[in-house]
Design a protein around this ligand. Structure first.
Ligand code: HEC
Ligand code: HEC
Length: 374
């Protein structure tokens, strides 16, 4: 029996060998000679220059992932493609919708399994300037490190990178796009590291600097309304003889970015001890109990578009946010000293909100370069 199988195998080999020996040009048998793994596409990446206004700080662009037109294009596709989820129903954009300044409008986000995450989606705005960690608690040091996590998070895309990379390698377009962006030669060289590099490149292009605030204040195009001007004075006042006029927002939401990406307890939780926060935030990452309940200060750019507010989406409106700050927090020991009670009359509240509305940048949310490429 064994001998029979062996001789049959030898016979097959001989036939195959003699088939290959034929002189006439055979097209058929040589098909397997084509290396299926090789990618047929040019590699000629074009450097991409971020357009920035002179009132912005310098971006923190990593040397090992320079922006290129091709890298950004690939990242944009990956960001909007449900191929990154195990059942092809969600992409990054499911929770980061450009019309909502790349948030999802929900209290907390829900992934493909219908399981609620514990936190509210974050705006993806002016990421290129943040060097102090990503997420509400700063647990990802870079945008590249951040982008690795949603794919395998079971409350988000719930796939494995191993599987996603396989899907990308057999896709009709992605191998060529990876080659154009990163110069790889074979499909088997597609990796999660390259995928997140491309996504991070795309995210770094999402710069918002054309709000009404920028136009009026920095470009001197037009004038603020009286309400906007009063609101601006309330927001930025650094010192006040009378705390009633001192909301102190700019202590933490200052600079051209309306955040300096620092971490604070802004007083939203009433807890008896520092171990009682439901979500430890920065404390979970640093292991320092004094950091419990501290979260990264979010930008206020496009804030009118990103309700509900705070890491757990607890406030539905900006009025509720202002009521919280005016109440002066709960006196928890690590609350920042700038969380102090103040009084705003109805007019002042509306003034502050008029000012916050000036930070809406419709040219950012409608920028064709940031929309789905599909
Ligand atoms: C199911 C909803 C969901 C999906 C899908 C999702 N995100 Fe998020 N994203 C969130 C939530 C919620 C947070 C905040 C989580 C936290 O702080 O723990 C967040 C945070 C972020 C941040 C941090 C922003 C900052 O200022 O620190 C970035 C960047 C980001 N997501 C990009 C992505 C990318 C890229 C993808 C796709 C690979 C993605 N997200 C997929 C919900 C989602
Ligand atoms: C001590 C620093 C500090 C001060 C002062 C401060 N904030 Fe905040 N702000 C924060 C932090 C930290 C968060 C995120 C907290 C969280 O989610 O748990 C936040 C969140 C917010 C949010 C929600 C943003 C989002 O994307 O969900 C708004 C709106 C806001 N602040 C507006 C203001 C206004 C208006 C003032 C002035 C009245 C102000 N803040 C004063 C630190 C501060």
């Amino acid at each position: 029996m064994r001998i029979k199988i062996l001789s049959a195998a030898i016979l097959a080999l001989v036939i195959a060998f003699t088939a290959c020996q034929k002189d006439d040009p055979v097209i058929e048998p040589c098909n397997p000679c084509v290396n299926e793994d090789l990618i047929d596409a040019p590699y000629d990446p074009q450097p991409y220059q971020l357009e920035l206004p002179d009132w912005f700080p310098a971006p923190a662009l990593p040397e090992d992932n320079p922006l290129t037109v091709e890298g950004i294009a690939l990242g944009r596709h990956l960001f909007y493609d449900p191929i990154l989820s195990s059942d092809s129903t969600q992409s990054c954009s499911s929770c980061h919708n450009p019309q909502l300044s790349f948030t999802d409008g929900n209290k907390v986000s829900t992934g493909i399994l219908g399981i609620d995450g514990r936190r509210s989606s974050m705006a993806i705005v002016n990421m290129a300037f943040n060097t102090k960690g990503f997420f509400w608690d700063g647990r990802a040091a870079t945008l590249e490190a951040q982008a690795l996590l949603p794919v395998e998070d079971h409350t988000e895309l719930n796939d494995s990178w191993e599987n996603v990379v396989k899907k990308l390698a057999r896709h009709k377009d992605y191998p060529a796009m990876f080659r154009q962006a990163f110069g790889i030669e074979k499909k088997s060289e597609i990796t999660k590291e390259l995928a997140v590099k491309a996504i991070a490149q795309f995210e770094r292009t999402m710069v918002s600097y054309q709000s009404r605030f920028d136009k009026v204040v920095w470009e001197q195009q037009g004038w603020p309304t009286d309400a906007e001007q009063r609101g601006r004075d309330l927001f930025f006042v650094e010192f006040a003889t009378n705390t009633q006029d001192h909301p102190g927002c700019s202590h933490c939401h200052g600079s051209a970015l309306f955040t300096e990406n620092n971490y604070f307890n802004n007083g939203i939780d009433s807890v008896a001890t520092l171990s009682d926060f439901k979500d430890y935030g920065l404390g979970e990452v640093s292991g320092n109990i004094y950091d419990n309940g501290k979260f990264r200060v979010p930008t206020l750019r496009n804030i009118a578009l990103t309700a509900p507010y705070m890491h757990d989406g607890r406030f539905n409106t900006l009025e509720e946010v202002l009521d919280h700050y005016a109440s002066g927090g709960h006196g928890v020991s690590n609350e920042d000293a700038n969380i102090q009670p103040f009084t705003l009359n109805e007019q002042q509240k509306q003034d502050l909100i008029a000012f916050l509305n000036m930070l809406t940048d419709t040219s950012f949310v409608n920028n064709p370069a940031f929309q789905s490429p599909f």
